[in-house]
Design a protein around this ligand. Sequence first.
Ligand code: ATP
Ligand code: MG
Length: 154
Amino acid sequence: LTKEPIVLSQLILDSLELFQTSLKQRNIKLVMHLDDELIIYGDHSRLKQVFYNVVDNAIKYSYQNSQINISSYQDGSFAIVAIQDYGIGIPANDLNRIGERFYRTDKSRSRKTGGTGLGLSIVKEIMLLHDGKMDIKSEEGKGTLLLLSFPIVE
Ligand code: ATP
Ligand code: MG
């Protein structure tokens, strides 16, 4: 892990480049509200992997023609990145197991779009290596809010 100061908004924008095609194909509108002043300390490529995985999920589990909101803001000594989608959501019963290796909900398992169920376990691990954390709030059939918290560099 090679840590350096990173402009969070720039990192988020860098991570989104790969998704332009899939967003267009599924007609999903991306709405962003990013605080340009937030600086965190971390490993650039590992953190790109974090954003890649969470945005991949937000798109994969969104309904067509919906919207994804990505915002970043300061909350005390933490920088928060919030990724809100309006997709299939996660049943309450599954919520505490999301992020375990290979754990996928029934609906995701039966989807044509594949996945291994490793993405969020990797995200959790990388967040811990950055003294940060991942939280999920979700409602089945309505959508998911994924929150990433990082300590801020003053
Ligand atoms: P991959 O290894 O390709 O990421 P995956 O997307 O199935 O596969 P995770 O990213 O770890 O694996 O997510 C685990 C499970 O959590 C998913 O299979 C899905 O059931 C659920 N999940 C994650 N993000 C969302 C989301 N935004 N909306 C609904 N369900 C989600
Ligand atoms: Mg995934």
